[in-house]
Design a binder for this molecule. Structure first.
Ligand SMILES: [Zn+2]
Length: 525
């Protein structure tokens, strides 16, 4: 707070050589500071609009001309140099404008309680520093006491989108969140600098974390709507919209490992106590999309034009609630059919049973293949022709929905094996038994063949577009991992949930929910 800090001149004026008593000096110093603050506050309070004076405009013009002239004289300097210098020379005038505009808006903000709303009492002015896109400036704003809410309030801070304890303007809040959720802080500092922003490592780190917590709060509010009947009604109404043709909603679920350090500075102590420290934690991911939003490139590569994402390291229950909420947004209530595709993990199917009881469950075909290949490698060695010869007809059987006969074939094999192999075989047999009802691929593959041959019915054309595997979520996992699983990178539990949450807001195209000013420019996702 600038008001509380004596300026250099003030300190000089009250130097040690003064013959006055120290008590007297202190009093005079305080009076002086208060007086100076009053003058500044009064000046700030009179600002009603943002503009530059003639003299300022002229100074800017001259500075600009001088910079441009230098570049024009240098044959080796190009348009890039011009761009840099234009931006540099405009920064200071823009900072003045930002300060004056913010001040004018603060002055125009009624000094009323946000909740009540009643006029605040004991109103005074206090200054604060704001870090903006164009640099730092001082802002004065009124504050006052609400006797009903029993708290001091700064209505202008709220109107301007400023945090209580942090200097970042909304634009810098957003940029910190964006940069740090996309790259390590060390890199973000350099990138910010090239964008004309002088942001320290510490600033970026702290601000991004604060923004991540804000995003989590927002997400929690959305998830809490599932628990309130009125909210749920409102949700289903808002998702309804104009009538749409019947569609299939596809959900894919997966998980991956993240490296975290939960016990900063206590590692040795906890080890001595014999506690096992878990470094790796699961990050749970899901994606939701309408089948009609899935297409294929000419090279048969699948792409999805519109989809929702969920990511959390807060456990299966957190994933479950967040996924349910996302699925409602993406049309769960209107879908003719819900299709869940995943690997064989038991927790996934329990979640599906719990939240999407009516959904059709499908085991990822390629995971099923992998389990058969594992047996082949065990029996005949990795990459041998014998392994391939053994597995090929069984892979075909899976594609013909003949999983029971695959299980039978494995069962016949069992007595011929040694004990350790029998154990492994039994595990795979259990896998197929548990998932047999999720292994229906025949119609889908026939539909694809018919499409390729040009003989497909309307029904088959629709069916052919269904995915065989959970490739969509697996590629999503890889994308998240690019940021969150770098070599040597440790994360704290709180820190990485905050960043995961930000990244997911971005991917879901809901960035403007956190940063309303970003709406006009949002070409997101
Ligand atoms: Zn109040």
């Amino acid at each position: 707070m600038t008001a509380a800090k004596p300026t250099r001149q003030v300190l000089r004026a009250h130097g040690r050589k003064s013959r006055k008593s120290s008590k007297q000096q202190a009093q005079e110093l305080t009076d002086h500071i208060l007086q100076e603050a009053e003058i500044k506050a009064a000046a700030a309070a009179s600002v009603t609009q943002a503009s530059l004076t003639e003299a300022e405009l002229q100074a800017w013009q001259q500075d600009l001309e001088r910079r441009l002239q230098t570049i024009l004289q240098h044959p080796e300097q190009n348009l890039g140099h011009l761009e840099e210098e234009l931006a540099r020379s405009a920064k200071e005038p823009l900072r003045w404008l930002a300060q004056r505009a913010a001040q004018a808006k603060a002055n125009a903000t009624p000094c009323q309680c946000r909740q009540c709303p009643r006029e605040l009492t004991g109103q005074k002015y206090l200054s604060r520093t704001v870090d903006s896109r164009f640099g730092s400036f001082v802002l004065w704003r009124r504050y006052g006491w609400c006797s009903e809410c029993e708290q001091w309030q700064f209505p202008a801070d709220h109107a301007l989108g400023l945090g209580r304890q942090a200097p970042a303007s909304p634009y810098l809040q957003e940029i910190s969140a964006l940069l740090v959720s996309k790259m390590p802080v060390e890199q973000a500092v350099g990138v910010a600098e090239r964008l004309g922003l002088d942001l320290s490592r510490c600033f970026l780190h702290r601000e991004a974390h604060r923004q991540g917590l804000k995003a989590q709060e927002r997400r929690a509010q959305a998830v809490a709507e599932l628990d309130r009947w009125e909210d749920l009604q409102k949700l289903s109404r808002s998702a309804e919209g104009p009538p749409v043709p019947p569609f299939t909603l596809v959900i894919e679920i997966d998980a991956w490992n993240i490296r975290e350090r939960d016990f900063w500075g206590r590692t040795e102590e906890l080890r001595r106590q014999g506690q096992e420290l878990k470094r790796w934690h699961w990050v749970y991911l899901a994606t939701v999309f309408r089948l009609e939003h899935r297409g294929q490139t000419q090279g048969q590569r699948a792409f999805i034009t519109e989809r929702g994402y969920v990511a959390t390291r807060g456990g299966v229950d957190a994933l479950s609630a967040q996924l349910h909420r996302e699925a409602i947004t993406r049309g769960l209530g209107q879908a003719q059919q819900v299709l869940v595709i995943a690997d064989g993990a038991v927790w996934i199917w329990n979640l599906v049973q719990d939240r999407f009881g009516q959904a059709r469950q499908q085991l990822d075909l390629y995971h099923a293949d992998e389990h058969l290949w594992a047996v082949a490698h065990e029996l005949y060695g990795r990459g041998t022709p014998e392994a391939r010869a053994w597995v090929t007809p069984l892979l075909q059987k899976i594609r013909q929905d003949q999983t029971p006969s695959v299980i039978a074939a494995l069962g016949e094999l069992k007595p011929t094996l040694i004990e350790s192999q029998q154990k492994k075989l039994q595990t795979e047999m259990d896998y197929f038994k548990n998932n047999a009802h999720r292994m229906k691929y025949k119609d889908l593959l026939a539909a694809r063949e018919a499409c390729a041959a040009g003989t497909a019915t309307e029904e088959q054309r629709k069916l052919a577009n269904q995915p065989l595997g959970s490739g969509a979520i697996e590629s999503t996992c890889r994308q998240y991992q690019c940021r969150f699983k770098r070599t040597g990178q440790f994360w704290t539990t709180v820190g990485d949930e905050a960043l995961l949450c930000l990244e997911t807001f971005w991917r879901n195209g809901r960035w403007p929910e956190l940063y309303p000013h970003a709406k006009s420019t949002a070409a997101l996702n």
